[in-house]
Design a protein around this ligand. Structure first.
Ligand SMILES: Nc1ncnc2c1ncn2[C@@H]1O[C@H](COP(=O)(O)OP(=O)(O)O)[C@@H](O)[C@H]1O
Ligand SMILES: [Mg+2]
Length: 641
């Protein structure tokens, strides 16, 4: 390997990319491309939007079911990293957009408020990274500690004229350091001032500054506005810009982003610079120097109790007035919550096999822990409705309106189990496992252990344990029962479809009071009442409810066909459940006998290995994990039969 060659060619590449010139060159550049002078908020919005923006519409079932057909704008930039945060992201973008249009938001601090692990830091990171990844370079005065806009060189008397020629607006004045250099190095001939191109980098402190929370003793505004170099004070006077060390957060983050991590952990005095930075777009300079122009987006985050404490102090009113709060709740949509853990596992080094439904049971726990009990349905049903699932009850899709549920529990999503709690439990299940796989049972065990150890509030502990040990366990067993039985049914889909066709023929004939043609003999015959009932009883439809159900199904299917939509056994949720129930029931006894028996005869052994094969090939188990799941099922399912 020729390392030197790689290094040299990279150096040549990066040298080629960067532009430099005099102020005159820069003016020519602005003349052809005025957008290079854009302010920070605009730059940020453009960077994010360059990946693409889409408006949700009703073709997306989530839009219809969960967002009340709100044509929410979604941003591709966030798509691979954030799930179920569409509303939050839309709000953040609305803030930035308004700031970029110099609305009131351009003079406000963006505050993300939410419970631990809801993604506040991750969102702030993503916003900052958009600048780092931005294709558009930034131009600034060479050597300027705050990397300021070159047009600041234009004297006030000429600005109007240049603004007209260039079609741009010039905001802000030269910083003391550049002013000094202009007078002393360039004799005031600003057209000669060198301009360079650069980019954003948090690590290199270029245009992105992060202020971690500091304790009262180490809080020093120099972290925000820079300091004076004491060693130079005996050489220069105090108001000489050459003593300035402009390396505070507002200096570094000029033209980009300043982030205050857990902002209200700081003393209020420390935050006063925020006031001038937002109100006047200026920050103080250390010592006796003049104020410094600041153009940047200020992002911060905090949790709810910090916010409440801060809000209750009336001395904080001035800052409160400068804050736009956006709530970042936990995700309450099961499918989206699962994607969070999938992402985390994908990005981790764990290579163990994860048996089907493992992530699901973990996500069910976190979502249910965040939901308030409802008067209208149980917690599990509520979770499913929040996930956009159809919930079937007594042969009908349950008509609980998601809007009513949300109305009933206004403040949902601000507490409960955090993403980190779940990932820790998954991690420890993975590490503790002496095997090369994890299963839902092990994750549930690990969650139970963690709840017992870490949840102090006794009431909460009780509720959480009940969710894990009862609700989730039962739901998982139900899933498993269906899955194992399904694995016994040969050609499951075809069988289900043919049952469906058969049911529809009979139900239609019944509803329209007609005879039906026998498919084989072509003879007229009456609808097969016994067959219809055997399907319907799977979902508890008996007696007088039958007529209504058959009429409903027939009407539903006709309506679908009229709209040229595909009709299959999955089309109508209640019927689908009934058909699956029927199929599962038909193999239940065999499933029980074959999984439970210690010694299987040849035929049973064949059935058993066929089932394992289906679980491996079609459901994604490994032979080992399938074995463990089957053992679990045979010990816990079909107990009393
Ligand atoms: N809706 C979400 N989509 C994707 N990842 C999420 C989501 N919510 C939380 N996370 C992930 O959870 C972890 C914790 O989030 P973090 O931003 O540190 O939380 P916070 O700062 O709110 O305490 C991060 O890895 C983050 O990416
Ligand atoms: Mg955080």
């Amino acid at each position: 390997m020729d390392f030197l060659k790689i290094i040299k060619s990279q150096r040549k590449e990066s040298a080629k990319e960067s532009w430099s010139g005099t102020f005159i060159d820069y003016l020519k550049l602005v003349e052809t491309e005025p957008t290079v002078t854009k302010l920070a908020a605009r730059r940020l919005v453009d960077a994010v939007e360059s990946y693409g923006v889409e408006a949700l519409d009703d073709s997306d079932p989530r839009c219809r079911k969960l967002f009340d057909s709100d044509k929410l704008r979604t941003y591709k930039y966030f798509k691979d990293d954030f799930y179920g945060h569409e509303r939050v992201i839309a709000k953040i973008m609305r803030f930035l957009k308004s700031a970029s249009l110099k609305g009131e938001e351009s003079r406000q601090v963006l505050l993300l408020m939410g419970p631990v692990g809801s993604g506040k830091s991750a969102l702030a990171d993503a916003v900052k990274k958009a600048l780092e990844k931005a294709a558009e370079p930034i131009y600034h005065l060479d050597g300027c500690p705050v990397r300021e806009e070159p047009l600041h060189l234009l004297p006030r008397s000429l600005r109007g004229q240049f603004e007209e020629i260039l079609g741009v607006h010039v905001e802000g004045d030269l910083c003391p350091v550049c002013r000094y250099r202009l007078m002393n190095e360039f004799n005031g001939e600003y057209e000669k001032f060198p301009i360079v191109q650069s980019s954003f980098s948090q690590r290199a402190r270029r245009g992105i500054a992060v202020v971690p929370p500091m304790d009262a003793n180490s809080q020093d505004v120099s972290a925000l506005v820079g300091s004076e170099d004491i060693s130079k004070l005996d050489k220069y006077s105090e108001d000489d810009p050459r003593v300035l060390n402009l390396n505070g957060a507002f200096n570094v983050g000029n033209r980009g982003v300043v982030e205050f991590v857990e902002i209200f952990k700081n003393e209020i005095e420390f935050l006063h610079t925020i006031l001038t930075a937002t109100q006047e777009k200026q920050v103080p300079t250390p010592g006796k120097n003049s104020m410094l122009y600041f153009d940047g987006v200020i992002i911060s985050h905090c949790n709810e109790s910090e916010w409440n404490r801060f809000k209750s102090e009336h001395t904080n009113e001035a800052i409160l007035d400068r804050v736009v709060k956006i709530e970042v709740p936990y995700v309450l949509e099961l499918t989206q919550e699962m994607k969070i853990y999938d992402k985390m596992l994908r990005r981790s080094d764990f290579k163990a096999h994860i048996a089907p439904h493992t992530i699901k049971v973990a996500a069910m726990f976190s979502v249910m822990s965040r939901l308030r009990q409802s008067q209208k349905c149980d917690l599990l049903t509520k979770m499913k409705i929040y996930d956009g699932q159809e919930v079937v009850e007594k042969g009908r899709t349950k008509k609980v309106d998601i809007k009513d549920l949300r109305e009933e529990a206004r403040h949902e999503g601000m507490d409960g189990i955090s993403t980190r709690f779940i990932t820790k439990a998954i991690d420890s299940a993975l590490t503790d496992s002496d095997k090369s796989f994890i299963t839902p049972m092990r994750v549930v065990e690990s969650l139970i252990k963690q709840v017992k150890e870490q949840i102090v509030d006794e009431d909460k502990k009780k509720v959480y344990l009940e969710i894990l040990q009862k609700t989730i366990r039962e739901e998982y067993l139900k899933i498993l029962e269906g899955e194992i039985a399904k694995a016994f049914v040969t050609a499951y889909e075809e069988q289900a479809q043919s049952l469906f066709d058969n049911y529809m023929d009979n139900a239609e004939a019944y509803t329209t009071k007609q005879k039906m043609k026998d498919r084989i003999t072509s003879e007229d015959r009456a609808p097969d009442e016994r067959f219809l009932q055997s399907i319907e009883e799977q979902i508890g439809i008996t007696g007088s409810a039958r007529d209504g159900f058959r009429a409903d199904v027939t009407a539903f299917m006709f309506a679908k066909m009229r709209r040229n939509q595909k009709v299959d056994y999955k089309s109508y949720e209640p019927l689908k459940e009934a058909i699956e129930g029927y199929l599962i029931a038909s193999v239940k006894d065999m499933a029980r006998i074959v999984t439970k028996s210690k010694s299987r005869d040849n035929e049973q052994q064949k059935k058993y290995s066929d089932m394992v094969e289906t679980m491996v090939d079609e459901y994604g188990y490994t032979p080992d994990s399938a074995e463990e799941i089957i053992t679990f099922a045979s010990n816990n399912l079909w107990r009393d039969s």
